[in-house]
Design a binder for this molecule. Structure first.
Ligand SMILES: Nc1ncnc2c1ncn2[C@@H]1O[C@H](COP(=O)(O)OP(=O)(O)OP(=O)(O)O)[C@@H](O)[C@H]1O
Ligand SMILES: [Mg+2]
Length: 262
């Protein structure tokens, strides 16, 4: 039987949690706005730089040396323009990679990025493919960002234990492809686990984590009509036949599929 006092205490705790959540969501929205406004403001003078460089280039065509240098200014300005456009679009969807994406390739590229850091942290990463997963629908860069974040978290969790193992498993599932990233670290308490997809939630020391990784992953995957969640330890055991501390499953629809990770 719950007493009134207990009920009030529970409600107070729920209110406190909501307050924390709203505060974090607010900060995320503010940050998104600030980035978009800054990117927009920087685009204006950049347009000027590019336009004048192009005018000069047309006028000094006979001086090959100067012309080459101007071409570099224009090229660099275009790179900046692309970065700024990307920032303006940070909270907006990006384009879909034509023809679909091979999740195995995305995983292999992400593993390669971490090869040095994993070696230093004594982390062994293995990738396995079960069946022939279909190509998934989405933006390659954004999907790679998801795998990179999951691997980064797994390595962080293992590094503090002096090393361990990470397994990536890619397989066809429900008219799409699932990707599991599991590690032999300590995992996380059920209470804390409820919050890990929230923006700015971190258990890492200041300067070591911003708490943005998983919330960005969730946003990207949901935009792609996929799902991302933590695997229960029983599911992990069933998948690999051995004990893992923590595991995430990402599911993405096949190029023309619509369903869930089941
Ligand atoms: N593989 C894992 N094992 C244990 N805990 C994890 C794992 N992955 C995530 N977590 C927990 O979830 C929290 C949030 O993760 P998230 O990636 O969002 O932020 P972060 O890693 O702390 O910081 P950032 O990714 O922004 O540098 C982590 O601080 C950690 O407590
Ligand atoms: Mg992280």
């Amino acid at each position: 039987m719950t007493t009134d006092a207990q009920r009030i205490e529970e409600l107070e705790q729920q209110i406190e949690e909501m307050r924390e959540k709203i505060y974090r969501m607010g900060r995320l929205a503010e940050m998104g706005k600030l980035i978009a406004v800054t990117a927009h403001e920087l685009s204006q003078p950049l347009l000027g730089i590019k336009a004048f460089a192009q005018i000069i280039q047309r006028k000094i065509n006979d001086d090959k040396d100067v012309s080459k240098k101007i071409a570099i200014i224009i090229q660099q300005a275009k790179i900046m323009e692309n970065i700024l456009n990307g920032l303006k679009d940070f909270t907006r969807p990006q384009s879909y990679t034509p023809g679909g994406i091979d999740a195995q390739q995305v995983a292999a590229d992400a593993v390669e990025l971490f090869s040095e850091r994993a070696k230093k942290a004594k982390v062994d990463i293995s990738t396995e493919l079960s069946g022939i997963p279909p190509k998934v629908s989405g933006n390659r860069g954004q999907l790679q960002q998801v795998v990179v974040n999951l691997l980064s978290n797994a390595i962080d969790a293992l590094a503090k234990n002096g090393g361990g193992r990470v397994r990536l498993r890619i397989e066809p599932k429900n008219n799409g492809t699932s990707l599991i990233v599991a590690d032999t670290g300590d995992g996380i308490d059920a209470e804390i686990q409820k919050h890990i997809f929230e923006p700015f939630f971190t258990t890492k020391a200041q300067g070591e984590g911003t708490g943005m990784g998983l919330s960005i992953c969730k946003e990207i995957i949901e935009y792609h009509h996929g799902t991302i969640r933590v695997l229960e330890s029983a599911e992990l055991h069933q998948t690999f036949g051995e004990k893992f501390g923590m595991g995430f499953i990402v599911w993405m629809p096949a190029v023309s599929g619509k369903k869930s990770d089941g």
